[in-house]
Design a protein around this ligand. Sequence first.
Ligand SMILES: C[S@@+](CC[C@H](N)C(=O)[O-])C[C@H]1O[C@@H](n2cnc3c(N)ncnc32)[C@H](O)[C@@H]1O
Length: 278
Amino acid sequence: MTTTETPYLLGSDPDELRRLEEQAAALAPATRTILRLAGIGPGMRVLDLGTGAGDVAFEVADLVGPGGSVVGVDASAQALAWAARRTEARGVPNVSFVHADLHDVPITGPFDAVVGRLVLLYTPEPARVLRRYATLVRPGGVFVAMEYEMSAAGTLPSTPFAERLVHWLTEAFRRSGLDPLLGARLGSVFDAAGLPPAAVLGLQGYRPPGDPTGARMATGILRTLEPVLVRTGIATPEELGLDTLEERFRRHQDEGELVFRLPTLVGAWATVEEGHDD
Ligand SMILES: C[S@@+](CC[C@H](N)C(=O)[O-])C[C@H]1O[C@@H](n2cnc3c(N)ncnc32)[C@H](O)[C@@H]1O
């Protein structure tokens, strides 16, 4: 396997893989809705790009049923070992994994669909990846991408505390050369890849005061990003206060009776036409 062109920002240690699983639980309704709207259904053969802990592959496996299959690809051996253990525990026979970098995948199509959630963000040229994988989709099949519009996250009403956390998050991505608004721009990425105009739709999750999701999600991602935040001077360890952040966020949300608004998950999909070439 070749290495990624730029090292993957978030890594794949067990804490990060657990964080991905928790995030996936929060994103499951939006993800399922987008996959269904894009036409993922029984009997399809699907490729899942940047499968990570396997959550999108499992959602897809549910939709395609026993007559279909899913191949998840990821550059991280740790993530794939984790995903494979989960696959076995769930007893899902139609999900398999390939260890490879997206820029050099030894896979041949055709697939009925290629999907990828929160993965184009980490590639230096998302349109190039899209163009490449569209060639593995049979004519009439579909490409589905899901990415965040991160700045939509926060509290309602908005507070300086929540705004600071979202600022830390978006700045850490920006200063790493990654686009925290990629979800909102997916239509242009599909255009640049030479695909037909995509349907682009953002789905927004909301959690009431008392729900721990916001505090856990914010603390989890900021913990993963701490080295970047500190190295690039966005925040000091003392400002982050990661040991107490989850508890402080929960209290803040409860006392202010604040609604937590998840980052928008934007889904974009387009049918791949006859003759789509690299
Ligand atoms: C944020 S995680 C998302 C995982 C999963 N798609 C989900 O939504 O839960 C991004 C995943 O993409 C993988 N990844 C990033 N860049 C990659 C590349 N160039 N080739 C293969 N996998 C890559 C990472 O290893 C990681 O598992």
